[in-house]
Design a protein around this ligand. Structure first.
Ligand code: IPM
Ligand code: MN
Length: 383
């Protein structure tokens, strides 16, 4: 897949400048990274949504598509080619589909698609990953959990994204024919402070409760996390209701009393695992968007699900997580709250009307494909 420039709106403005606002009209460069598996199918639907929003509100969104992950390994031998990274750095926001697949799973391979995703997060300084979990009322019975447990759940996970065991020292050693592999979980105080501040600030704007999740009964790194987080909350956010929960207990509370949580902040790997678990509350991984943000620069927006190689190319993937990630992009990176809310409302109306992709259809219910689901959202957006 060659990098492809596709300015949606032919304009006399340069396509590579920073976001400019003229009144409420925004001129923005948005990089699309479709990636692997179902990535291109779902990003295509999000792209249509961006086009309609631009037309409706007079914005100029300059979209360009670049390779990442397995397809970039095939073409460039690198899951994050320099040209892709450069385009992202120069953009106002990045929308990513998914990376990975069995084709690139060889344990002896020089690199992996996932390395491209980790590198872009690190290079863009995207240390805070926001993953909202609010089950749509129309889907309460699509969840494997009971309605009375999930009803009223509204959690914002803030997962640390550029540190911890994902980025610590690692290696494989061999002695006397026996191999030993290791990964190291490392956090500095400043890494903990900055992500806790993002989470605490979000909690202040929500229900005022913050939960920090760690494994301080076992891990030294968690004891530093716990101490540092508490200092930040006590000194800078004294009005918050604050609690700490061990990660194993959190795994249990999340499915027994999810309503009790407002903002949850945790490290990279705990956040990865807990948010996949939490995705069962709204019924499907296919519904959950995420936003990765740093101190400055473009944010990266993506569904939390993976590339689903088993259904890639079948036209049945759920595009709603990516469409909702587009809403987060408009809200967080372009400050277009009205447009973001309109997309979320359109998705809600589509679900309220009973339309389902295969992943959220209950047995006996008919389902629609990826493009048809995109069509339904566009119709609602236009109404
Ligand atoms: C996620 C994914 C990634 C992660 C993988 C694909 C590297 O599972 O965004 O949650 O572990 O961070
Ligand atoms: Mn994950």
């Amino acid at each position: 897949m060659a990098p492809l420039q596709c300015c949606l709106f032919i304009s006399h403005h340069r396509c590579d400048g920073p976001e400019r606002e003229k009144g409420n009209i925004v001129d923005a460069n948005i990089v699309l990274l479709p990636g692997d598996g179902i990535g291109p199918e779902i990003v295509a639907q999000a792209e249509r949504v961006l086009q309609v929003v631009a037309e409706q509100h007079g914005h100029e969104f300059h979209l360009s598509s670049h390779p990442i992950g397995g397809c970039a390994i095939d073409e460039f031998g690198d899951p994050l080619p320099e040209s892709t990274l450069k385009a992202c750095r120069e953009s106002d926001a990045v929308l990513l589909g998914a990376v990975g697949g069995p084709k690139w799973d060889d344990p002896h391979a020089k690199t992996r698609p996932e390395a491209g995703l980790l590198k872009i997060r690190k290079e863009l300084g995207l240390f805070a990953n926001l993953r909202p979990i609010n089950p749509n009322p129309a889907l309460l019975d699509s969840s494997p959990l009971k309605r009375h447990i999930i009803e009223g759940t509204d959690i914002l996970f803030v997962r640390e994204l550029t540190g911890g065991i994902y980025f610590g020292d690692s290696g494989v050693q061999e002695k006397d024919g026996e191999k030993t592999a290791f990964n190291t979980m490392v956090y500095s105080q400043s890494e903990v402070k900055r992500v806790v501040r993002v989470a605490a600030a979000a909690a202040l704007k929500r229900r005022g409760k913050l939960t920090s999740v760690d494994k301080a009964n076992v891990l030294e790194v968690s004891r530093l996390w716990r101490h540092t987080a508490e200092q930040v909350v006590k000194t800078e956010f004294p009005t918050l209701e604050y609690e700490v929960v061990l990660v194993d207990a959190m795994a249990m509370h999340l499915i027994s009393r999810p309503r009790d949580f407002d903002v949850v902040v945790t490290g990279n790997m705990f956040g990865d695992i807990l948010t996949d678990e939490a995705s069962m509350l709204p019924g499907s991984l296919g519904l959950l968007p995420s936003a990765s943000v740093g101190e400055s620069g473009p944010g990266l927006f993506e569904p939390i699900h993976g590339s689903a190689p088993d259904i890639a190319g079948k036209g049945i993937a759920n595009p709603l997580a990516t469409i909702l990630a587009t809403a987060m992009l408009l809200r967080h990176s372009l400050h277009l709250e009205t447009e973001a809310a309109a997309i979320a409302a359109a998705v809600t109306r589509v679900l309220d009307a009973g339309h389902r992709t295969a992943d959220i259809a209950r047995s006996g219910e008919t389902s629609v494909g990826t493009v048809a689901m995109g069509d339904l959202v566009l119709v609602e957006l236009a109404s």
